[in-house]
Design a protein around this ligand. Structure first.
Ligand SMILES: [Fe+2]
Ligand SMILES: [Fe+2]
Length: 158
């Protein structure tokens, strides 16, 4: 988990995470905090094991830590956070020892984490894990949420 921890403890990541938590302090819907990132990472990891895909835990957790970090830009400028997160991730990955293919895999999953492509690769798994991470069944804002009811996690599955 070398890259995951290097990114997490970097000064830049800590600053962005703190800012994101502050910007979402009054948000009634799902927040994008460390708890969310770790839930997405853990569910993604379970799904890759179930699908018998050989993807390193370090790559999965790195993707999860970075996928929503661009929300800081989205709240401040309106720029879509999948794109903003991907740009930030590119910089963070400069300091990692992931190879070119692994970086493409991480950036691809970040860029497409809001679209269900119905495929069976890491991006598709990551999309699913992001959605599955939300405990709609106990959410106090469920009535106001714009997720279609059939997409909500109303039972425990992961
Ligand atoms: Fe997102
Ligand atoms: Fe997310």
């Amino acid at each position: 988990m070398k890259n995951t921890n290097k990114i997490f403890f970097s000064e830049k990541y800590q600053r962005l995470l703190k800012e994101l938590v502050f910007l979402e302090r009054d948000r009634i819907f799902c927040r994008h905090d460390l708890e969310h990132f770790l839930s997405v990472a853990r569910i993604s990891y379970i799904l890759t094991l179930e699908a018998e895909l050989d993807i390193s835990k370090d790559l999965i957790y790195t993707t999860a830590l970075l996928h929503d970090i661009g929300r800081v830009s989205e709240y401040k400028t309106g720029r879509e956070h999948d794109q903003a997160s991907s740009d930030l991730a590119k910089d963070f990955l400069e300091d990692s020892d992931f190879d070119e293919d692994q970086r493409d895999m991480i950036l691809g999953a970040i860029r497409s984490h809001r679209q269900d492509k119905g495929e069976d690769d890491f991006s598709a798994i990551f999309y699913k894990a992001d959605k599955l991470s939300r405990p709609c069944l106990v959410c106090p804002a469920q009535q106001k949420c714009n997720w279609p009811k059939k997409k909500m996690n109303l039972e425990i599955s992961y």
